[in-house]
Write a protein that binds this ligand. Structure first.
Ligand code: GLU
Length: 490
């Protein structure tokens, strides 16, 4: 093991930062922070057909949003850069040439079509479809002929045909792989681009990575990488493979299970604090009972030894609950500022609110804070406070279409019109008085008022909502509902 802990998160920029990637980044980050080590971000963009500049930006921005700051990598630089694999091509080329000179690799002239048809035949004959080693023993003459034909070779690793490669995984324990089952994989493609297994070893060594912490899907790659370390005479880092993340149906987490990118969660109003806390527990636990951890607590308590070997199950309800918890930890002023973008996005407000609007919005937030699970809930919970009310047709049908509702609304209007002030307590007294006068139970009698004012049968606390809406708007809505009923039942 190298002296200083140096870990990396090495995403392939083919899309947004996935939840699984974010968890890998988080565990690496926690480990580095706890050990006083370095956390490195490396962009593995050698798959040119799938890597995009937008994806790099999206990943970088999700990492910033989560607060997973890196010590070395894009934007920050560092002593072991560049941190994008496409900027390191000469290093892969040199390393491959060194292996070639030592006869640990060989040139392979097989074309993709040839490989494909041989694979088909192998499958048909019940043989394993890996590379058959055809170019491993080419004579100089055969090589010259291929060159003359204009073929450009790929460089393959000459895998040992026997023996066992052992990975001592810090999470999975000892894992053994038979070398004869590993085929001669490609290190450099004919176009000079390295494959993942090769680039990752060259870079992890050049960047002095001490621990490779990554998803379990890479466990089958580990023996290939260990063989490369050995062939190159590089020290082998420690490996830790994190358990898979499965959906509630125990299938690998995917779009089918809902949002899978950090960006989607951000847009839906999840807080980075909640996501980090939730992801930390997706495969790791401190004890059986503690679920809430601050970032500092996670740094202090995290350990690879407590990472589970069995798959983690994605539980959206738990994440939502946790998010609600963190929403209620945010000071009111800040929470109000954090919901403004959601109101704007939904078109409920246009410009950035001035001081007066902000203090009204703070009161709005107080009225819904306990019900919010995600910041975006502000839209559905409070849309009736902005502009015209939209009456839910079903609510109108069930609650408003009666003589009794008509009487309730008329008296409510009268009572609220004559209130001296327009505060929650006075509004409550007036409306409860109305129920008594009509000899109706509040639970029933207040429903027509709720539907008239908020448009729905379920709303934030009614008296507070009426205060927030203001007298003029409230009276207008009561009257409008009354006219509607008269039309319907009249
Ligand atoms: N680029 C690889 C991925 O995104 C990284 C694997 C590794 O950490 O070695 O899956």
């Amino acid at each position: 093991m190298a002296e200083r802990v140096r870990v990396r998160f090495a995403p392939s920029p083919t899309g947004f930062l996935h939840i699984g990637g974010a968890r890998t980044a988080l565990y690496n980050w926690l480990f580095a922070r706890q050990k006083g080590g370095a956390f490195i971000l490396r962009i593995e963009d050698t798959d040119r057909s799938r890597s995009t500049e937008e994806a790099i930006q999206a990943i970088v921005s999700s990492m910033h949003w989560l607060g997973l700051e890196w010590d070395e990598g894009p934007e920050t630089g560092g002593d072991f850069g560049p941190y994008r694999q496409t900027e390191r091509l000469s290093l892969y080329e040199e390393t491959a040439q060194r292996l070639l000179a030592q006869k640990k690799t060989y040139c392979c002239y097989c074309t993709p079509d040839e490989l494909k048809s041989r694979r088909r035949v192998a499958l048909k004959e019940g043989r394993t479809p890996g590379y058959d080693g055809r170019c491993r023993e080419l004579t100089a003459r055969e090589r010259d002929e291929f060159e003359k034909e204009g073929r450009r070779p790929a460089i393959r690793f000459a895998c040992p045909r026997e023996g066992t490669t052992v990975a001592n995984d810090l999470i999975k324990g000892e894992t053994r792989f038979e070398n004869r089952l590993i085929d001669d994989f490609i290190l450099l493609r004919a176009d000079g681009f390295p494959t993942y297994n090769f680039a990752v070893v060259v870079d992890d060594n050049a960047m002095r990575i001490s621990h490779v912490i990554r998803g379990e899907d890479h466990l089958p790659n580990t023996p290939k990488q260990i063989l490369l370390y050995q062939a190159l005479g590089f020290p082998i880092p420690d490996f830790a493979h994190l358990p898979m993340i499965l959906g509630p149906d125990r299938k690998p987490l995917s779009k089918r299970h809902g949002a899978t990118s950090v960006e989607e969660y951000r847009r839906n109003g999840y807080l980075p604090e909640a996501i980090l806390n939730y992801l930390a527990l997706l495969g790791w636990s401190y004890d059986e009972k503690t679920t809430l951890f601050t970032g500092e607590e996670l740094i202090e308590k995290f350990s690879l030894g407590n990472v589970s070997r069995s798959p983690a199950i994605w539980d959206p309800a738990k994440l939502e609950w946790m998010n609600g918890h963190y929403i209620r930890q945010i000071p009111l002023k800040e929470l109000t500022l954090r919901i403004v973008p959601f109101l704007r996005e939904a078109g409920l407000i246009k410009d950035f609110p001035d001081a007066e609007e902000l203090s009204w919005l703070e009161r709005v937030v107080v009225s819904i804070r306990d019900r919010m699970k995600v910041l975006g809930d502000v839209v559905t919970l409070t849309d009736f406070l902005f502009g015209e009310v939209k009456l839910d047709p079903q609510a109108v049908e069930r609650v408003l279409k009666s003589d009794e509702a008509l009487r309730v609304l008329a008296l409510a209007e009268e009572k609220l019109a004559s209130l001296p002030g327009f505060r929650k307590d006075g509004i409550e007294r007036a409306l409860r008085g109305m129920c008594e006068e009509l000899s109706l139970k509040p639970a029933k009698a207040l429903q027509p008022v709720r539907v008239a004012v908020t448009g729905k049968t379920v709303s934030p606390p009614l008296f507070e909502s009426i205060e927030l809406l203001g007298r003029e708007q409230t009276l207008q809505r009561l009257k409008k509902a009354r006219n509607l009923i008269s039309d319907k039942i009249g």
